[in-house]
Structures are given as structure tokens and as C-alpha cells.
Design a protein around this ligand. Structure first.
Ligand code: BGC
Length: 406
């Protein structure tokens, strides 16, 4: 556990994690290190420190059809992340603030039934297709496919039972630079209406410099398909359940965005952000213009839009997407990605009807999500980058979240 933290804080953190006093001394549980290949060796980060990389595995619950769900908790001594095999879900992200006070900044639940029945994708790995497909319908190589409708007249985040509601297999990955878990799920041909058997492996690793790296990898067998994987972590950098994120300051590398219709389906237009409330090229509070008289803020009930990322990628194919900063406690999260877009969602549909992990009710605007992705409804927009994956091809995508303070 964190060596630089006072013992009292270590115990409190471990207790909050449900790890118990035994875990406070050592986070290394029964998890087995099985692979060191493919981990990032380029460390891009804000804070440099050299904590011990540790991981443990604990039971979390059992699904209604009897499958065990585990929680993996991994730490670098400063940042601690808990992930469930249910939906390859980020359950907790504990980071210190400017003064070294550690808290959970990610929305979630402490029990499986709430994830199964209430969760608006808190921390979930999303598939087979992130965000919306108009009327759940698309045509590929002359065949039309129908995904179950679950959002107005459209399909959202892979249909009624997406990858967020599946139990993934998990394998610990650990080397001297990073620690985490590789999650795998095999989606049969025809599941949720999608063609082809899709095997997805999504690897979440935390390095010594407070970067959580997500590497997505998928192949399809039998038939071509469409793929758009993402993660739907919701953050409140002042702490989960602490109130509105309207004071968070956002800087986005997004010269344009994709306006939507009343059902939040892109119209097909790629519109400039300059001169609109969607321009975050200069750091600006999320709430500064959220009530402006702009038709896109009305249909979105705030920000719920795909931003088209600009700028050049580095040697890894990663480019700066956005940075969020909470000025009071000083936490930051900086996102880089290989994806062409990101859905910035200002928590508009959180409606106060349930409580999260800290027994606080989540209300509208109490968190934001920033889902790196190909554009929503791409299969129905030939002018958008393609999301088609064919047998023999490999889908890859990488996103990093770097935690820091300012
Ligand atoms: C969508 C929102 C939706 C949220 C949670 C986002 O990706 O764009 O409209 O409410 O996910 O489901």
C-alpha cells in the first residue's frame, strides 16, 4: 500500500475499499501475474513517483444466473483503481488532491444488483458499438442488421444487453512499469443482432506515473461486423457524490463536433466549435455556457456530443484529447487517445433517483463522462471514419487517463 501515506490514511483507504485491515499492510492478494507483454514502456505523465505496484482480487458478488463476479484492486502507491469482471467496469478511482487527501473520484455502486439494474454504464466497458445507432439499424455488404432498441427509437451502447452487462474473464498483467488486468469477452455471432463472433480483449494498466492506460483489441470470425469500444467512466474530480461538476474547467482539442437531432443521432454535419459554447480550446468552466441559448445544448440537455479531435498524434498514435481540472481541490485528469472522437457528456440524465457507492444521490450534472470513440451512428454516415471490422483484420484502440493535481 502507499508508503508515503500516514498509516491512518492507509487504513481508511483500505477500509473504504472493503479490503479489511489485513489488506492495509499488503495489497498483494491471490491474483497471479500471468503476462508482462505489451505493456506501455513510454510513460507520459504529470506526477513522478515510485510507489510499489500491487494488485489483489476479491469476490464481489454473484449474477442472477450464478456466475461469480470479482473485483481487482490495483495501485501504484498513489492512485488505486478497482475494477469488476462485470462489464470490465471501473468501480473506484482513488487519487490524492493538491494537499494529498485521497478520495474516490469515480461514480459507481458497492453491490452487483445495482450495477445490473440501475447503472447508467458507470465505469463500464461499452460494446459492441459505443453510443447510438439510428433506429438500431445498419446495412453492411448488402445485409441489413437490427440491434434491439433501448433509447427512444435508437440503439445505445450495444443494445439492451451490451458488453457492460457481461461477465468478462480476467488475467492479471504486471511488470516493473505497470499493473492491471486484461479482460476478455467473446460475443457470439448474432448477439444483440450484430454479425460475426467478436473476441475483445481490453487491458487496463496503471503505471508508476499515474496513467491509466486502456488498450482495446478485437478480432471477428465468420462475418464482417462493426465495432466501437469505449469506457464510460463518470468522474467528479472533487469526489464522487460531492455535487456539481459545472465548476470543473475543461480544455478540449476539438476544432469541430457532430451536431445531433432530437434523438441525439448525428445529422451528418461536422460543425466548427469556434464561436460556440462547444469551443473549449481555451480552458473554460463546464457550466460557463451550459445554459446558453444554443439549439444543440437544448437537444442535449447540456453537453452530450461527439467532439472531433484535432492535432497530430505522437509516435504511439496518441494525441491530446482533453483535460479536466477541479480548481478547489486541484485534481486533474488528462486524456490522450488514438480515436478520432470523444463523447463529452455532462451527466444530463442523472436524475436523483438512486444513490451511489458513498450513499449520495446523483443528480443532473454531478459527474462527466468523456468516452473516446469513433463517431456515433457511423455505419449510417459514409462521411464518418469507418467502424467496419472484417475477418483477418485487427481492431486496436488506446486511451490514457493521466491523474494529477494543479
Ligand atoms: C450518451 C448519453 C447517455 C449516457 C449514459 C452517453 O454516451 O451519449 O446520452 O445518457 O451515455 O447512457
Amino acid at each position: 500500500m502507499p508508503e508515503h501515506l500516514p498509516r491512518r490514511q492507509v487504513l481508511r483507504t483500505a477500509g473504504a475499499l472493503g479490503l479489511g485491515a489485513a489488506a492495509a499492510g499488503a495489497l498483494s492478494g491471490p491474483a497471479q501475474a500471468t503476462s508482462t507483454a505489451g505493456l506501455p514502456d513510454k510513460l507520459t505523465a504529470m506526477g513522478v513517483h515510485h510507489g510499489k505496484l500491487e494488485i489483489r482480487k476479491d469476490p464481489f458478488g454473484t449474477t442472477s444466473d450464478g456466475k461469480q463476479v470479482d473485483v481487482y484492486t490495483f495501485t501504484n502507491g498513489q492512485v488505486t483503481i478497482s475494477m469488476l469482471t462485470w462489464g470490465a467496469t471501473i468501480q473506484r478511482v482513488e487519487t490524492p488532491d493538491r494537499r494529498g487527501r485521497t478520495t474516490n473520484i469515480s461514480l459507481g455502486f458497492d453491490n452487483l444488483p445495482d450495477y445490473a439494474t440501475l447503472s447508467p454504464y458507470f465505469g463500464s466497458t461499452i460494446g459492441r458499438y459505443g453510443n447510438r445507432i439510428a433506429k438500431g439499424r445498419f446495412t453492411l455488404d448488402g445485409t441489413t442488421y437490427q440491434i434491439p432498441i433501448n433509447n427512444g427509437e435508437n440503439a445505445l451502447h450495444g443494445g439492451t444487453i451490451g458488453f457492460d452487462k457481461k461477465v468478462w474473464t480476467a488475467k492479471v498483467v504486471q511488470n516493473d512499469k505497470a499493473v492491471g488486468v486484461a479482460f476478455t469477452y467473446v460475443s457470439p455471432d448474432g448477439e444483440m443482432g450484430f454479425p460475426g463472433e467478436l473476441t475483445s480483449t481490453v487491458t487496463y494498466t496503471l503505471d508508476r506515473r499515474d496513467t491509466l492506460r486502456i488498450d482495446y483489441y478485437a478480432t471477428v470470425a465468420g462475418k464482417p461486423t462493426i465495432v466501437n469500444l469505449t469506457n464510460h467512466v463518470y468522474f467528479n474530480l472533487a469526489g464522487e457524490g460531492s455535487g456539481s461538476i459545472e465548476g470543473h474547467v475543461l480544455e478540449l482539442n476539438a476544432p469541430s463536433y457532430t451536431p445531433v437531432d432530437a434523438g441525439l443521432i448525428p445529422t451528418g454535419e461536422i460543425a466548427p466549435t469556434a464561436g460556440t459554447p462547444f469551443d473549449f480550446s481555451q480552458p473554460t468552466a463546464i457550466g460557463a455556457r451550459i445554459r446558453d441559448d444554443h439549439p444543440q445544448l437544448v437537444v442535449g440537455r447540456g453537453y452530450d456530443h461527439n467532439f472531433v479531435l484535432g492535432g497530430e498524434a505522437d509516435d504511439d498514435g496518441l494525441r491530446f484529447a482533453g483535460r479536466f481540472w477541479e480548481p478547489e481541490d486541484g485534481r486533474t485528469v488528462t486524456v490522450h487517445t488514438t480515436e478520432p472522437g470523444a463523447q463529452f457528456y455532462s451527466g444530463n440524465f442523472l436524475d436523483g433517483t438512486f444513490q451511489g457507492i458513498g450513499n449520495k444521490t446523483y443528480r443532473q450534472g454531478d459527474a462527466f463522462a468523456f468516452e473516446t470513440q469513433h463517431f456515433p451512428d457511423s455505419p449510417n454516415h459514409p462521411n464518418f471514419p469507418s467502424t467496419v471490422l472484417r475477418p483477418g483484420q485487427t481492431y486496436t484502440s488506446t486511451t490514457t487517463y493521466t491523474f494529477g493535481t494543479k
